[in-house]
Design a protein around this ligand. Sequence first.
Ligand code: P5A
Length: 444
Amino acid sequence: MRLSRSLIPTLKEVPAEAQIASHRLMLRAGLVRQMAAGIYAWLPAGLRVLNNIADIVREEQNAAGAQEVLMPTIQPASLWQESGRYEDYGKEMLRIKDRHERDLLYGPTNEEMITDIFRQSLRSYKELPQIAYHIQWKFRDEVRPRFGVMRGREFLMKDAYSFDLDYEGAVISYRKMMLSYMRTFQRLGVKAIPMVADTGPIGGDLSHEFIILAPTGESQVFYDAAFEDIDYSASNFNIANTDDLGRFYETMTTHYAATEEKHDTAAWDAVGADRRREGRGIEVGHIFYFGTKYTAAMNFSVVGPDGQKTFPEMGSYGIGISRMVGALIEASHDEAGIIWPDSVAPFAVGILNLKQGDAATDAMCEEVYGKLQAVALYDDRSERAGVKFADADLMGHPWQIIIGPRGAAAGRVELKRRATGEREELTLDEAMARVTESLSAKPA
Ligand code: P5A
């Protein structure tokens, strides 16, 4: 994209309403604009990040055997009356009446709806197990929406739901999702630690939160350094192999990890002093096993192997896609701005024209832009070089190709790596080779 013709309204001033770095930077880098409390419009650069995250989540869900569906945002109250949650959910649920005075709601989650969908179609245990997911907007009328997209009222979630014949099957689905989450977070370039958690209004017996480490995170976390060295790749754990899933789950659950609320000082003291890690964290995912809570309440049964009706066992699995945008920024920024991981950056490359109107500079910039159009933001504004440097650092492009009249005359550019600040003068071909090689490199 050409910055001169883009809706990427960067701000020099720090917005007064934003209390944390990610919120400030998301506003300043022109990623989002607030439309109402906890409700945001995603502008082009922000939407590219959101889509990049969703794509990685989608690929890893598909690789785990989950099927993508798309359920509506608006749900009938009747489904929630069946499960008993219509009253329980309280004021956090946005309730709506249509013109016929029928009760609807803007979905805060989809356990009831997916149960209804499976209930309409499945008859036999032979059709199990199944996992379905969607990536859809949710609404929760949070008492105190804050920190920008981190605690919004309208937010984008990936929510998956598993259906199994029995407990043993449900455990396998749970572990599959857990492994797929660890791979997802690794590809997003963040360290995530699974921690035993409370189940809250979703209910059930077993639950893990996924906390990514960021110095400004909301909760204090304690974990064993062993988590930092686990290889989640397919070469170590085959997600389709039950034994591998068992070995993976054991690896995850034998090491100590807890948030402040669940911290157990005796167990912590048993962890080797050199392996104890403490930090701040942000919850970006949460998974639940709740057995037949919804299938029994909503009378969804299948015929089991013994000919008897049986209620399938369920789990649900969430990732906060829009929250993840903020969380990634919390985990990776400096005083100058955002430092995007390569895998999610809105633009892999920023092209900085230091002298708009200089024929050789313009020509070289156009040549580079022509080749990298799909992944580059070309700063072709008639602004001072200093403004362009500051905005490129603010927006956080992993690579900057800096082109000025002196270099252009000699066929040379400056290549800057945002994460390290390293700058190198190279020929145009060398710089292009370096950038394209890094773009095609496999994710870490
Ligand atoms: C799991 C999937 C659930 O809703 N039902 C379907 C289960 N879990 S959860 O923990 O309540 O939410 C899952 C993830 O969604 C993100 N999230 C939010 N993001 C932004 N603003 C909010 N107000 C918000 N609430 C939840 C979190 O990342 C959470 O882990």
